[in-house]
Design a protein around this ligand. Structure first.
Ligand code: FMN
Length: 184
């Protein structure tokens, strides 16, 4: 399949959130493993309109069109997302709804790796099965392995690295699984 080209998405739009930190470390690891990674600015998710079929039939809104083009260029997805009320944050779900539409069918043949960080003990364990279900319904392949980062407030050093080497290895292993799938 050639060079792995990954689109990286964060389910939290807040600056300096735990999931953006987690995503940044995974992105650095993916680049170190030879992947091209396109990181979507979390604010893009905040600025997308709510999915509306009346709008869709008139043509993709510019931000949606751009996100679709970026997804079309990728063969893999790396997502780090918080859990909101035991499920997927609305902004991320809205973005996935927009890019799932249209005759082009952008998801089939793409592989996705899921991660999530939370300040509590479950590390997004209730959100990830929902995200897995949504992505599977678009036709994406979701890696069976995943990363849960509980107690995220204690997980990072001030330079953004993991305090615990085992966490770094866990993320590196997930990224390695994704990159190998994309290399085919
Ligand atoms: C609307 C809302 C609902 C939340 N629901 C959950 C939840 O169900 N489970 C959980 O572990 N944390 C929940 N949280 C707390 C988030 O895990 C926490 O705010 C986390 O820091 C968000 O991720 P971020 O740091 O990447 O922004 C919720 C937060 C918000 C704002």
């Amino acid at each position: 399949m050639g060079t792995p080209h990954i689109l990286a998405l964060c389910g939290s739009v807040r600056a300096g959130g735990f999931n953006k930190k987690l995503l940044d470390l995974a992105v650095a690891e993916a680049r170190a493993q030879g992947a091209e990674v396109d990181v979507v600015d979390p604010q893009v998710l905040a600025q997308l309109p709510i999915y509306d079929q009346d709008v869709e039939v008139k043509g993709w809104p510019p931000l949606v069109k751009e996100l679709r083009e970026r997804l079309a260029r990728a063969n893999g997805l790396l997502i780090a997302s918080p859990e909101y009320n035991s499920s997927i944050p609305g902004g991320l779900k809205n973005a996935l709804d927009w890019v799932s539409r249209g005759p082009e069918r952008l998801f089939p043949e793409k592989w996705a790796a899921l991660m999530g960080a939370s300040p509590g003990f479950f590390g997004t364990a209730r959100m990830q099965p929902h995200l897995r279900q949504v992505l599977s319904s678009t036709g994406a392949h979701v890696l069976p392995s995943q990363v849960h980062l509980p107690r995220a407030a204690e997980a990072f050093n001030t330079d953004g690295s993991f305090k615990d080497e085992a966490r770094r290895k866990e993320v590196a292993a997930l990224v390695s699984s994704l990159v190998s799938k994309l290399k085919g």
